[in-house]
Design a protein around this ligand. Sequence first.
Ligand SMILES: N[C@@H](CCC(=O)N[C@@H](CS)C(=O)NCC(=O)O)C(=O)O
Length: 220
Amino acid sequence: MGGYIKVYGPAVSTAVSRVLACLLEKELDFKLLPIELSKRQHKTQDFLKLQPFGQVPAFQDDATAIFESRAISRYICDMYPDSGNTTLFSGNPAEKASIDQWVEAEAQSFNPPSSSLVFQLVFAPRMKLKQDTSAIKESEGKLKKVLDVYERRLGESRFLAGDEFSLADLCHLPNAGYIVEESDRAQLFTSRKNVGRWWEEISSRPSWKKVLEMRKSPTA
Ligand SMILES: N[C@@H](CCC(=O)N[C@@H](CS)C(=O)NCC(=O)O)C(=O)O
């Protein structure tokens, strides 16, 4: 085992991008090791030892191996509290829970319809697959309802969990980024005043700009 952080997966993956954004916010050294999904490198026996579901990302920090992008991000913040951005996931139990509830809202409410839209609107055309118009309609309807809740919340506070940018906001960057920047449904975000203002602010962070740069690498 090398004594540094390794992330396995392509930077174009939303779940990999979540972990990269977290590592960059925390200003930690890491290596991104390319895994080619088209070659099914994420289904090999060796990879399954790190990620038993055969998905990216896989993650290793010395002898510690973790899967699930949000769990990895929480681990990074807890393991390296004094590095880089110290307020991503910090505080007393109540403060951490107020961040965590929005991380969970992202995973349970925002991610299902938004990841479906990302696949249908961005990846299906890239992969020359036929788009499923009823899945698009259904996901768009569900996402609008979630974003209406966010609009109210973001009318009360600058970021989802309060006055500071946190893991809660960060976890939204990958799916929101594809929808706003690479689909024709940006208005889902930009037509909502508070959500639009929030998106502008969180997507301007240097960490996220760097993730977008990393996607331009030939192995991303
Ligand atoms: N809940 C997982 C989701 C991982 C996931 O869905 N990864 C996708 C890429 S974004 C993947 O590996 N897809 C290929 C496959 O499932 O075979 C996480 O957040 O880490």
